[in-house]
Design a protein around this ligand. Structure first.
Ligand SMILES: [Zn+2]
Length: 323
């Protein structure tokens, strides 16, 4: 719009009714939000084709507000979201709001209301936003590493057909206490706060040993409540192990070996999850990742951090923590 036309447009604004002014304001806010989101998504220049890795790229118009590129290698088109869980989702202008809803741990219903989207959209977005976040797990845990098995009720919430639980995919699911079927999760946390967790088919030595071996530095000392499975797994993985005897009243060994940090983490996780009234087991890892993310990001978290994490750009968080 040239200057003259713009002035005329501005002068005509006086003729708008109040509700028209509000509508214009909403319109401008939406455009502004969408552009801010696109700036955030595109701030990392695209260097190569996600299909063939070629660096010979040409600009190829815009699509849904995003710069589109065409690869001269394979001829395919793509944008900054291609290959990410957020590709082809609509209503970009709401994504910062939705990220903020994730930070606040809002339920599907509240997040939908906050962002003005349908509940079904809110649910779909939740799991799209969390797909990459769930993959962000700490590795190389060092020093004293606390590990604990914790349990979540087996749930087919949201599934159209209930499988026969006792034979679910052939896995024997560990049962404990109430007799209700439970899904075991192995949580590990070191004294620097690096945390990871794994949903297990069963809380057994054979399931746990490879995880300990993969996650824990070889010179670390593992600390557990002395369960037979973890005791065996530590031996099998060749990791030094101190077992407490909680029922025997031994909660701390040598003044430093205890599992109070991992237990406190489990407790915060369970308390935070109460709001969801039970989560479907098939999505459990997304919820575990969501909580891990919130704990690791802490006060530094912003909706931009969550959005970047949702498209697999964890580097941004790492940059933030270095400062
Ligand atoms: Zn290509």
């Amino acid at each position: 719009m040239n200057t003259k036309a713009y002035r005329e447009w501005l002068d005509n604004m006086g003729q708008l009714t109040r509700s028209q002014r509000k509508s214009v304001l909403n319109h401008l806010n939406t455009m502004e939000s969408q552009e801010a989101i696109i700036d955030e998504l595109e701030q990392n220049h695209v260097h190569h084709c996600p299909h063939c890795q070629s660096e010979r790229l040409g600009r190829w118009g815009r699509q849904s507000g995003l710069q589109r590129f065409r690869c001269r290698g394979c001829g395919k088109c793509f944008n900054a979201l291609t290959g990410t869980p957020l590709a082809r989702l609509r209503r970009k202008e709401c994504w910062f709001g939705y990220s903020q809803a994730l930070i606040e741990g809002l339920t599907v219903r509240k997040a939908a209301a906050r962002c003005g989207v349908a509940k079904t959209t809110s649910f779909r977005w939740r799991h799209r936003f969390l797909t990459e976040v769930a993959k962000l797990k700490a590795t190389g845990l060092t020093g004293i590493v606390e590990a604990d098995e914790t349990y979540f009720p087996l749930s087919f919430k949201g599934s159209r057909q209930l499988p026969r639980p006792a034979h679910h995919r052939g896995h024997a699911i560990h049962q404990r206490g109430t007799g209700e079927e439970q899904v075991p999760v192995l949580v590990q946390r070191d004294r620097h706060g690096a945390t990871t967790d794994f949903k297990l088919p069963a809380a057994t030595q054979n399931e746990e040993a490879p995880i300990l071996g993969q996650v824990i530095a070889s010179d670390a000392v593992l600390c557990t409540d002395g369960s037979a499975s973890l005791r065996g797994a530590a031996r099998q993985a060749g990791i030094a192990h101190r077992a407490l005897n909680l029922s025997g009243g031994i909660r701390v060994l040598a003044g430093v070996y205890h599992i109070q940090n991992v237990n406190a983490y489990d407790s915060r996780l369970k308390t935070w999850m109460i709001r969801f009234h039970g989560v479907a087991t098939k999505y459990l890892e997304n919820y575990l990742g969501w909580r891990r993310g919130l704990e690791q990001w802490g006060d530094q978290v912003t909706s931009a951090v969550v959005l970047q994490a949702a498209i697999g750009r964890y580097w941004r968080f790492q940059l933030l923590t270095q400062t």
